[in-house]
Design a protein around this ligand. Structure first.
Ligand code: GLU
Length: 260
């Protein structure tokens, strides 16, 4: 089974941007075990900007482009250092892949990205993908960013023809209403079609350090399911829940891919 797993900043870091060591250690342990069990894993990891903010001791996520880029340059090092160290404990090798929108939109460039990812997976390495935030620009008149990693992870899942895409978030899945405000909200275990009703459940944005929210997750679900790939939204607070996937069980909310 080839799985693309996306982790958001809210899963990886505490509210101030510093690494959530216990969580990340557990995540790396579970992903190592999935690899040992024979799964091919691609990790799409956010957290570059958030961890840069934490490491530099900035008061919050910078608003300006150079500030975001510089924070990402610091945080991306911290991220890879952490992954390298933790996965090495379980004898797994990580590889860093940083992408911009142009790498994905251009057919020839995306074919090279595909080949590199295939080679890494063939070698048994664990590719860690993020947007190249230090060079991608999102200003008036210039847009070379993908902007958020939910869509990026779906694009990567499509590129490597994954069997499954899992978005680890700070929420258990898609609810009938916003569970933070509506006590009657219930989790939707399976979505077979992304209808306007489903899209209307998206609500607002996520945390102060990340940039996602349910809307970008549903956008990712559209990209993945259109490519025939199942996508799951699950809570990143319990990475052990991923073991259930090996047993063919589902967790969180599963969006069923079209070409099953
Ligand atoms: N690429 C951004 C980062 O690593 C995260 C984008 C997102 O939160 O989706 O900080």
């Amino acid at each position: 089974m080839r799985i693309v797993i996306k982790v958001g900043t809210s899963t990886l870091a505490h509210a101030g941007g510093r690494l959530n060591i216990r969580r990340v250690e557990l995540l790396c342990k579970v992903l190592s075990d999935l690899k040992n069990a024979g799964c091919e894993v691609v990790l799409v990891s956010s957290g570059a900007i958030g961890m840069g903010v934490g490491k530099l001791g900035l008061p919050g996520r910078p608003e300006d482009m150079p500030g975001k880029q510089a924070a990402a340059a610091v945080g991306q090092c911290e991220l890879m250092y952490t992954y390298d160290k933790l996965f090495a404990e379980y004898n797994h090798t990580v590889a860093q892949i940083l992408l911009t929108a142009e790498d994905i939109q251009d057919k020839r460039r995306s074919a090279y990205v595909h080949d590199t990812l295939e080679k890494l997976l063939g070698w048994g390495a664990l590719p860690v993908v993020n947007e190249n935030d230090a060079v991608a620009i999102d200003e008036i008149g210039i847009h070379t960013t993908i902007g958020e990693n939910d869509s990026l992870s779906a694009i990567v899942a499509k590129l490597v023809r994954a069997d499954l895409l899992v978005l680890l978030s700070d929420i258990d899945g898609l609810y009938t209403a916003d569970p933070r405000v509506d006590p009657n909200a219930t989790l939707i275990p399976e979505v077979t079609a992304i209808t306007p009703e489903i899209l209307s459940l998206a609500g607002g944005t996520g945390s102060a350090l990340g940039s996602g929210g349910m809307a970008t997750k549903l956008k990712a679900a559209q990209i993945a399911t259109e490519a025939g790939i199942d996508m799951i939204i699950a809570n990143g607070q319990q990475p052990e829940a991923l073991y259930a996937l090996l047993e063919g069980k589902s967790i969180g909310t599963r969006f069923v891919g079209g070409k099953k």
